[in-house]
Design a protein around this ligand. Structure first.
Ligand SMILES: NC(=O)c1ccc[n+]([C@@H]2O[C@H](COP(=O)([O-])OP(=O)(O)OC[C@H]3O[C@@H](n4cnc5c(N)ncnc54)[C@H](O)[C@@H]3O)[C@@H](O)[C@H]2O)c1
Length: 368
């Protein structure tokens, strides 16, 4: 098991990454939290596959876990699910020392994390990501929250976990489309901060597409190391951490405009990264980035353009409305992470009017 530390003064926490399963989870948790009651929060799907193993491991380490299920998938990342979960946690008899153990994909992690941040003004949180996307990105960093009709992640809190347990063996039950979506966030980390990882993805794309466990674990490990390092430098997302938003301005607008459940998060980020790289190349940025990115996304089977929409004009209007709600916009400008070269991204303020040309790249059916 590799161990990375997110160094945050008195809120530091370990991220364990290994190719095994959930059996050692309880013992690792006992290393950071006193044994006693806890609540395992999972979804029916993930809980069906991995809930019993997680509960057995927690019990073996002296914890007495309750189990609560919430729906997952982007459409379930709502205030209603949060309310339901907060009631269930209180009904389970939690106090301020009772850890919430989030077992699931990024949606479960974000909603359970937001409940842990808010119920009783905050209880300890443990993240046990089970999707590739959550392992490579969402479980580390303490961002929690839910979506509103106006846009994604518009209500939330920073609530750092006490432990992140990344066991890549649980990916065996993830379906291919969700695995592919997770690869989108792996590519993002490579473009943003790791040229070697990008070269690895280019070289091993066939193995990754075939879900080779060793290649996958290498990608996950690199992403966890990078995210731990970046979060330690900027926990509250006021500076360098914002480079991780590469692909997300266009990607979030796309997800909101298409509606929940239409495109997966990692797929939207994939389309968004290419649009943002092309946008910047057209303004004098490095042209190699969109060229290599496009080839890599294609090799990994990731989308490079949005799915066809019945009414292009209304879709374009929805894109603009969605982008207007972006948390990164302020005083007539929008902050955009732009690729300097593969493995290096910097933050740039662009006039809000330029947003239209960025978004027009999303309306284009072109796929190469
Ligand atoms: N907090 C952050 O820093 C952060 C960062 C990136 C993304 N996110 C959020 O993550 C969310 C996307 O996460 P996601 O793609 O994991 O979505 P998700 O949680 O909805 O999971 C996707 C699907 O995979 C299934 N699944 C997950 N693990 C499984 C497993 N091991 N076996 C079988 N099925 C499994 C789930 O049941 C679900 O149907 C988005 O809401 C995004 O905003 C958060």
């Amino acid at each position: 098991m590799d161990r990375f530390q997110v160094v945050l003064q008195d809120r530091s926490y370990p991220v364990f990454v290994g190719m095994g399963g959930l059996e050692p989870l309880g013992a690792a948790m006992a290393g950071v939290l006193p044994a006693g009651p806890c609540v395992l929060v999972t979804s029916p799907r993930v809980g069906g596959f991995h809930g019993d193993a997680a509960l057995a491991s927690l019990r073996a380490a002296g914890f007495s876990p309750a189990r609560v299920e919430i729906p997952d998938g982007e459409a379930a990342k709502t205030l209603d699910t949060w309310v339901h979960l907060v009631h269930a946690l209180l009904d389970a008899g939690i106090d301020r020392t009772t850890p919430v153990v989030a077992l699931g994909g990024g949606v479960t992690g974000d909603v359970a994390g937001f409940a842990a941040a808010t119920v009783l003004r905050g209880v300890p949180l443990v993240q046990v990501p089970t999707s590739l996307l959550a392992m490579a990105d969402a479980a580390i960093g303490g961002k929690t929250g839910v979506n509103l009709a106006q846009g994604r992640n518009l209500v939330g809190a920073f609530h750092p976990p006490r432990l992140v347990w990344v066991a890549t063996a649980v990916l065996s039950t993830l379906d291919d489309a969700e695995f592919g979506s997770g690869l989108g966030e792996v590519v993002k980390h490579a473009v943003v901060a790791d040229a070697d990882l990008f070269a690895f993805l280019e070289e091993r794309h066939a193995a990754l597409r075939a879900r080779d466990p060793v290649a996958t674990a290498h990608g996950v490990r690199r992403c966890c190391a990078l995210k731990a390092e970046i979060v330690a430098q900027d926990e509250r997302d006021t500076g360098v951490r914002r480079i991780l938003n590469f692909g997300h301005t266009a990607g979030h607008a796309l997800e909101t405009a298409l509606g929940p459940g239409t495109i997966r998060h990692g797929e939207a980020v994939s389309v968004g990264m290419l649009a943002e790289a092309r946008f910047w190349a057209a303004r004098g940025g490095d042209v190699e980035v969109p060229a290599r990115l496009s080839a890599l996304l294609e090799a990994l089977g990731l989308p490079r353009a949005p799915p066809p929409v019945p009414d292009a004009a209304s879709f374009a209007r929805r894109l603009v409305a969605a982008a207007a709600m972006d948390k990164k916009s302020a005083r007539g400008t929008l902050e955009l992470p732009v690729p300097v070269r593969v493995g290096c991204v910097r933050l740039e303020r662009i006039p809000r009017d330029d947003l239209h040309s960025l978004l027009s790249l999303l309306s284009s059916p072109e796929t190469s």
